[in-house]
Design a protein around this ligand. Structure first.
Ligand SMILES: NC(=O)C1=CN([C@@H]2O[C@H](COP(=O)(O)OP(=O)(O)OC[C@H]3O[C@@H](n4cnc5c(N)ncnc54)[C@H](OP(=O)(O)O)[C@@H]3O)[C@@H](O)[C@H]2O)C=CC1
Ligand SMILES: O=C(O)C1=N[C@H](C(=O)O)C[C@H](O)C1
Length: 269
Protein backbone atom coordinates (compact mmCIF):
# COMPACT_ATOMS: atom_id res chain seq x y z
CA UNK A 1 0.00 0.00 0.00
CA UNK A 2 1.51 3.34 -1.10
CA UNK A 3 1.69 6.21 1.40
CA UNK A 4 1.42 8.85 -1.32
CA UNK A 5 -1.55 11.22 -0.73
CA UNK A 6 -4.73 9.83 -2.30
CA UNK A 7 -6.71 12.26 -4.45
CA UNK A 8 -10.31 12.22 -5.69
CA UNK A 9 -11.34 14.17 -8.80
CA UNK A 10 -14.92 15.43 -9.04
CA UNK A 11 -16.63 16.18 -12.37
CA UNK A 12 -14.18 13.67 -13.77
CA UNK A 13 -15.71 13.47 -17.25
CA UNK A 14 -15.30 17.24 -17.78
CA UNK A 15 -12.53 19.04 -19.68
CA UNK A 16 -10.59 19.71 -16.48
CA UNK A 17 -11.69 16.47 -14.77
CA UNK A 18 -10.06 14.33 -17.44
CA UNK A 19 -6.96 16.52 -17.54
CA UNK A 20 -6.62 16.15 -13.75
CA UNK A 21 -7.10 12.38 -13.84
CA UNK A 22 -4.26 12.10 -16.40
CA UNK A 23 -1.97 14.47 -14.47
CA UNK A 24 -2.47 12.65 -11.15
CA UNK A 25 -2.22 9.24 -12.84
CA UNK A 26 1.20 10.23 -14.23
CA UNK A 27 2.46 11.75 -10.95
CA UNK A 28 4.95 10.06 -8.64
CA UNK A 29 3.85 12.33 -5.77
CA UNK A 30 0.15 11.39 -5.49
CA UNK A 31 -2.32 8.58 -6.28
CA UNK A 32 -5.70 8.85 -7.96
CA UNK A 33 -8.01 7.02 -5.51
CA UNK A 34 -11.44 8.16 -6.63
CA UNK A 35 -13.46 9.71 -9.44
CA UNK A 36 -16.87 11.31 -8.94
CA UNK A 37 -19.59 12.12 -11.44
CA UNK A 38 -23.19 13.10 -10.95
CA UNK A 39 -25.90 10.44 -10.42
CA UNK A 40 -27.18 9.08 -13.73
CA UNK A 41 -23.98 9.82 -15.68
CA UNK A 42 -23.14 6.94 -18.00
CA UNK A 43 -19.57 6.60 -16.58
CA UNK A 44 -20.90 5.60 -13.10
CA UNK A 45 -19.77 2.08 -12.13
CA UNK A 46 -17.24 1.88 -15.00
CA UNK A 47 -13.43 1.94 -15.00
CA UNK A 48 -12.21 5.54 -15.43
CA UNK A 49 -9.23 4.69 -17.66
CA UNK A 50 -11.50 2.79 -20.05
CA UNK A 51 -14.07 5.63 -20.04
CA UNK A 52 -11.31 8.07 -21.06
CA UNK A 53 -10.22 5.78 -23.91
CA UNK A 54 -6.99 4.66 -22.16
CA UNK A 55 -5.92 1.46 -20.40
CA UNK A 56 -8.08 0.49 -17.37
CA UNK A 57 -6.68 2.09 -14.18
CA UNK A 58 -8.77 0.35 -11.51
CA UNK A 59 -10.57 3.55 -10.46
CA UNK A 60 -14.32 3.00 -10.65
CA UNK A 61 -16.37 6.17 -11.23
CA UNK A 62 -18.87 6.75 -8.40
CA UNK A 63 -21.83 9.04 -7.66
CA UNK A 64 -21.20 8.75 -3.88
CA UNK A 65 -18.82 11.63 -3.07
CA UNK A 66 -18.68 11.18 0.73
CA UNK A 67 -17.58 7.53 0.55
CA UNK A 68 -14.93 8.49 -2.02
CA UNK A 69 -13.70 11.52 -0.02
CA UNK A 70 -13.45 9.46 3.19
CA UNK A 71 -10.71 7.34 1.57
CA UNK A 72 -8.72 10.35 0.29
CA UNK A 73 -6.38 13.05 1.56
CA UNK A 74 -7.51 15.61 -1.04
CA UNK A 75 -10.36 16.39 -3.42
CA UNK A 76 -9.74 18.37 -6.60
CA UNK A 77 -12.90 20.00 -7.85
CA UNK A 78 -13.45 21.83 -11.14
CA UNK A 79 -17.23 21.56 -11.53
CA UNK A 80 -19.96 24.18 -10.96
CA UNK A 81 -20.84 26.43 -7.98
CA UNK A 82 -23.81 24.37 -6.70
CA UNK A 83 -21.79 21.14 -6.79
CA UNK A 84 -18.70 22.74 -5.25
CA UNK A 85 -20.64 24.07 -2.25
CA UNK A 86 -21.93 20.54 -1.59
CA UNK A 87 -18.45 19.03 -2.04
CA UNK A 88 -16.94 21.62 0.36
CA UNK A 89 -19.18 20.42 3.19
CA UNK A 90 -18.48 16.75 2.43
CA UNK A 91 -14.71 17.25 2.08
CA UNK A 92 -14.68 19.07 5.44
CA UNK A 93 -16.62 16.17 6.99
CA UNK A 94 -14.01 13.75 5.60
CA UNK A 95 -11.16 16.13 6.68
CA UNK A 96 -9.79 16.08 3.14
CA UNK A 97 -8.05 19.10 1.58
CA UNK A 98 -10.46 20.65 -0.94
CA UNK A 99 -8.87 22.31 -3.97
CA UNK A 100 -11.48 24.43 -5.76
CA UNK A 101 -10.93 25.53 -9.36
CA UNK A 102 -14.62 26.13 -10.07
CA UNK A 103 -15.57 29.70 -11.04
CA UNK A 104 -18.81 31.67 -11.31
CA UNK A 105 -19.60 31.86 -7.58
CA UNK A 106 -22.13 34.25 -6.06
CA UNK A 107 -21.68 35.65 -2.55
CA UNK A 108 -24.00 33.04 -0.94
CA UNK A 109 -21.83 30.22 -2.37
CA UNK A 110 -18.67 31.85 -1.02
CA UNK A 111 -20.21 32.13 2.47
CA UNK A 112 -20.79 28.35 2.52
CA UNK A 113 -17.24 27.66 1.35
CA UNK A 114 -15.89 29.95 4.10
CA UNK A 115 -17.98 28.00 6.64
CA UNK A 116 -16.47 24.68 5.45
CA UNK A 117 -12.98 26.20 5.71
CA UNK A 118 -13.43 26.52 9.47
CA UNK A 119 -13.02 22.73 9.64
CA UNK A 120 -10.73 21.84 6.75
CA UNK A 121 -8.11 23.19 4.38
CA UNK A 122 -9.55 24.77 1.23
CA UNK A 123 -7.44 26.20 -1.59
CA UNK A 124 -9.53 28.21 -4.03
CA UNK A 125 -8.40 30.18 -7.09
CA UNK A 126 -10.08 31.26 -10.31
CA UNK A 127 -6.85 30.31 -12.03
CA UNK A 128 -4.32 27.75 -10.77
CA UNK A 129 -1.51 28.61 -13.20
CA UNK A 130 1.80 30.11 -12.11
CA UNK A 131 1.67 32.65 -14.95
CA UNK A 132 -1.71 34.14 -14.06
CA UNK A 133 -0.89 34.32 -10.36
CA UNK A 134 2.29 36.24 -11.20
CA UNK A 135 0.23 38.47 -13.49
CA UNK A 136 -2.02 39.44 -10.56
CA UNK A 137 1.05 40.79 -8.74
CA UNK A 138 2.21 42.72 -11.81
CA UNK A 139 -1.30 44.12 -12.28
CA UNK A 140 -1.42 45.34 -8.69
CA UNK A 141 2.01 46.97 -9.04
CA UNK A 142 1.13 48.79 -12.29
CA UNK A 143 -2.25 49.95 -10.93
CA UNK A 144 -0.48 51.28 -7.83
CA UNK A 145 1.84 53.37 -9.99
CA UNK A 146 -0.84 54.94 -12.21
CA UNK A 147 -3.61 57.37 -11.32
CA UNK A 148 -7.30 57.08 -12.21
CA UNK A 149 -6.76 58.97 -15.51
CA UNK A 150 -5.52 55.61 -16.78
CA UNK A 151 -8.54 53.50 -17.71
CA UNK A 152 -8.19 49.84 -16.67
CA UNK A 153 -9.92 47.17 -18.75
CA UNK A 154 -9.67 43.38 -18.28
CA UNK A 155 -10.28 41.60 -21.58
CA UNK A 156 -10.73 37.82 -21.57
CA UNK A 157 -11.30 35.20 -24.26
CA UNK A 158 -12.49 31.60 -23.73
CA UNK A 159 -13.95 28.64 -25.60
CA UNK A 160 -17.60 28.60 -26.64
CA UNK A 161 -18.68 26.17 -23.85
CA UNK A 162 -17.77 28.48 -20.97
CA UNK A 163 -20.86 29.39 -18.93
CA UNK A 164 -19.67 32.24 -16.68
CA UNK A 165 -18.46 35.79 -17.38
CA UNK A 166 -16.35 37.59 -16.43
CA UNK A 167 -14.03 34.62 -16.00
CA UNK A 168 -12.66 33.77 -12.56
CA UNK A 169 -9.26 34.92 -13.78
CA UNK A 170 -10.62 38.26 -15.01
CA UNK A 171 -12.13 38.83 -11.55
CA UNK A 172 -8.79 38.00 -9.89
CA UNK A 173 -7.05 40.51 -12.18
CA UNK A 174 -9.75 43.13 -11.61
CA UNK A 175 -9.42 42.65 -7.85
CA UNK A 176 -5.64 43.02 -8.10
CA UNK A 177 -6.08 46.28 -10.05
CA UNK A 178 -8.59 47.56 -7.48
CA UNK A 179 -6.24 46.63 -4.62
CA UNK A 180 -3.36 48.44 -6.35
CA UNK A 181 -5.51 51.53 -6.81
CA UNK A 182 -6.89 51.31 -3.27
CA UNK A 183 -10.56 51.18 -4.35
CA UNK A 184 -13.44 48.72 -4.02
CA UNK A 185 -13.89 46.56 -7.13
CA UNK A 186 -17.60 46.13 -6.42
CA UNK A 187 -18.21 49.89 -6.46
CA UNK A 188 -16.07 50.55 -9.55
CA UNK A 189 -16.91 47.75 -12.00
CA UNK A 190 -18.07 48.48 -15.56
CA UNK A 191 -19.15 45.55 -17.75
CA UNK A 192 -21.70 44.41 -20.35
CA UNK A 193 -21.65 47.59 -22.46
CA UNK A 194 -24.31 47.67 -25.17
CA UNK A 195 -26.26 50.48 -26.85
CA UNK A 196 -25.97 54.14 -25.77
CA UNK A 197 -23.83 53.52 -22.72
CA UNK A 198 -22.66 57.06 -22.06
CA UNK A 199 -18.98 57.83 -21.58
CA UNK A 200 -16.78 55.49 -19.57
CA UNK A 201 -16.95 56.23 -15.83
CA UNK A 202 -13.73 57.88 -14.63
CA UNK A 203 -11.72 55.42 -12.54
CA UNK A 204 -13.85 52.38 -13.41
CA UNK A 205 -12.36 48.91 -13.94
CA UNK A 206 -13.97 47.45 -17.06
CA UNK A 207 -14.53 43.83 -18.09
CA UNK A 208 -14.97 42.56 -21.66
CA UNK A 209 -15.56 38.90 -22.58
CA UNK A 210 -15.00 37.09 -25.89
CA UNK A 211 -16.35 33.52 -26.41
CA UNK A 212 -15.38 31.34 -29.36
CA UNK A 213 -14.05 28.02 -30.62
CA UNK A 214 -11.60 26.13 -28.44
CA UNK A 215 -9.72 29.07 -26.85
CA UNK A 216 -8.22 27.69 -23.61
CA UNK A 217 -8.02 31.08 -21.86
CA UNK A 218 -6.49 34.47 -22.68
CA UNK A 219 -6.38 37.54 -20.45
CA UNK A 220 -5.20 41.10 -21.11
CA UNK A 221 -5.07 43.86 -18.53
CA UNK A 222 -5.15 47.09 -20.48
CA UNK A 223 -4.06 50.37 -18.91
CA UNK A 224 -5.13 53.08 -21.37
CA UNK A 225 -3.76 56.55 -20.80
CA UNK A 226 -3.64 59.74 -22.91
CA UNK A 227 -1.21 59.03 -25.76
CA UNK A 228 0.00 55.61 -24.52
CA UNK A 229 -1.17 52.15 -23.44
CA UNK A 230 0.27 49.31 -21.38
CA UNK A 231 -0.98 45.73 -21.90
CA UNK A 232 -0.19 42.88 -19.52
CA UNK A 233 -1.08 39.54 -21.12
CA UNK A 234 -1.37 35.84 -20.23
CA UNK A 235 -2.16 33.19 -22.82
CA UNK A 236 -2.96 29.62 -21.78
CA UNK A 237 -2.44 27.09 -24.57
CA UNK A 238 -2.76 23.87 -22.52
CA UNK A 239 -5.15 23.03 -19.63
CA UNK A 240 -2.31 21.02 -18.06
CA UNK A 241 -1.09 24.28 -16.45
CA UNK A 242 -4.27 24.40 -14.33
CA UNK A 243 -4.09 20.70 -13.43
CA UNK A 244 -0.44 20.97 -12.37
CA UNK A 245 -1.27 23.96 -10.17
CA UNK A 246 -4.21 22.12 -8.59
CA UNK A 247 -2.08 19.06 -7.82
CA UNK A 248 0.58 21.29 -6.26
CA UNK A 249 -2.15 22.88 -4.09
CA UNK A 250 -3.46 19.47 -2.98
CA UNK A 251 0.02 18.42 -1.82
CA UNK A 252 0.78 21.79 -0.20
CA UNK A 253 -2.52 21.66 1.68
CA UNK A 254 -1.55 18.46 3.50
CA UNK A 255 0.62 20.45 5.94
CA UNK A 256 -1.70 23.40 6.57
CA UNK A 257 -4.18 24.29 9.32
CA UNK A 258 -7.90 24.62 8.46
CA UNK A 259 -8.65 27.81 6.53
CA UNK A 260 -9.23 29.18 3.05
CA UNK A 261 -6.07 29.74 1.02
CA UNK A 262 -5.23 31.02 -2.48
CA UNK A 263 -2.67 29.96 -5.09
CA UNK A 264 -0.51 32.89 -3.97
CA UNK A 265 -0.20 31.08 -0.61
CA UNK A 266 0.63 27.78 -2.36
CA UNK A 267 3.21 29.40 -4.63
CA UNK A 268 4.68 31.53 -1.84
CA UNK A 269 4.20 34.71 -3.91
N1 LIG B 1 -9.24 27.65 -11.60
C1 LIG B 1 -8.73 27.24 -12.76
O1 LIG B 1 -7.48 27.24 -12.98
C2 LIG B 1 -9.65 26.77 -13.83
C3 LIG B 1 -10.99 26.78 -13.59
N2 LIG B 1 -11.87 26.24 -14.49
C4 LIG B 1 -13.25 26.18 -14.06
O2 LIG B 1 -13.57 24.82 -13.78
C5 LIG B 1 -14.96 24.59 -14.01
C6 LIG B 1 -15.12 23.39 -14.94
O3 LIG B 1 -14.58 23.69 -16.20
P1 LIG B 1 -14.57 22.61 -17.38
O4 LIG B 1 -13.84 21.37 -16.94
O5 LIG B 1 -14.13 23.32 -18.59
O6 LIG B 1 -16.15 22.30 -17.49
P2 LIG B 1 -16.89 20.98 -17.98
O7 LIG B 1 -18.30 21.37 -18.24
O8 LIG B 1 -16.11 20.32 -19.06
O9 LIG B 1 -16.83 20.01 -16.70
C7 LIG B 1 -17.58 20.23 -15.54
C8 LIG B 1 -17.82 18.90 -14.86
O10 LIG B 1 -18.51 19.13 -13.63
C9 LIG B 1 -19.72 18.35 -13.60
N3 LIG B 1 -20.80 19.05 -12.90
C10 LIG B 1 -21.35 20.22 -13.24
N4 LIG B 1 -22.37 20.53 -12.41
C11 LIG B 1 -22.45 19.51 -11.54
C12 LIG B 1 -23.29 19.24 -10.44
N5 LIG B 1 -24.26 20.10 -10.06
N6 LIG B 1 -23.09 18.09 -9.74
C13 LIG B 1 -22.12 17.23 -10.10
N7 LIG B 1 -21.28 17.44 -11.16
C14 LIG B 1 -21.45 18.57 -11.85
C15 LIG B 1 -20.09 18.19 -15.08
O11 LIG B 1 -20.96 17.10 -15.23
P3 LIG B 1 -22.13 17.21 -16.34
O12 LIG B 1 -21.40 17.18 -17.65
O13 LIG B 1 -22.96 16.01 -16.08
O14 LIG B 1 -22.83 18.51 -16.11
C16 LIG B 1 -18.71 17.97 -15.70
O15 LIG B 1 -18.28 16.65 -15.53
C17 LIG B 1 -15.51 25.91 -14.56
O16 LIG B 1 -16.08 26.64 -13.48
C18 LIG B 1 -14.27 26.61 -15.09
O17 LIG B 1 -14.39 28.00 -15.13
C19 LIG B 1 -11.45 25.71 -15.67
C20 LIG B 1 -10.11 25.71 -15.98
C21 LIG B 1 -9.10 26.26 -15.09
O1 LIG C 1 -13.64 27.82 -18.07
C1 LIG C 1 -12.43 27.77 -18.41
O2 LIG C 1 -12.05 27.11 -19.39
C2 LIG C 1 -11.44 28.50 -17.62
N1 LIG C 1 -11.86 29.02 -16.50
C3 LIG C 1 -11.09 29.75 -15.57
C4 LIG C 1 -11.62 31.16 -15.47
O3 LIG C 1 -12.85 31.33 -15.35
O4 LIG C 1 -10.83 32.10 -15.47
C5 LIG C 1 -9.61 29.65 -15.82
C6 LIG C 1 -9.19 29.54 -17.26
O5 LIG C 1 -9.18 30.80 -17.83
C7 LIG C 1 -10.03 28.55 -18.05
Amino acid sequence: MSDLPGIVVTGVSGRMGQMLAREIGASDRARLVGAVERAGHDWIGRDLGACMGSAPNGVIVTDDPLTAFAKAQAVIDFTAPVATVEFAALAAQARAVHVIGTTGFEPHHLEKIAAAARHAVIVRAGNMSLGVNLLTLLTKKVAQALDADWDIEVIEAHHNKKVDAPSGTALMLGQAAADGRGISLEDNTESGRDGITGARKHGAIGFSAIRGGDIVGEHDVLFAGAGERIVLRHVATDRAIFARGALKAALWGQDQKPGEYSMLDVLGL
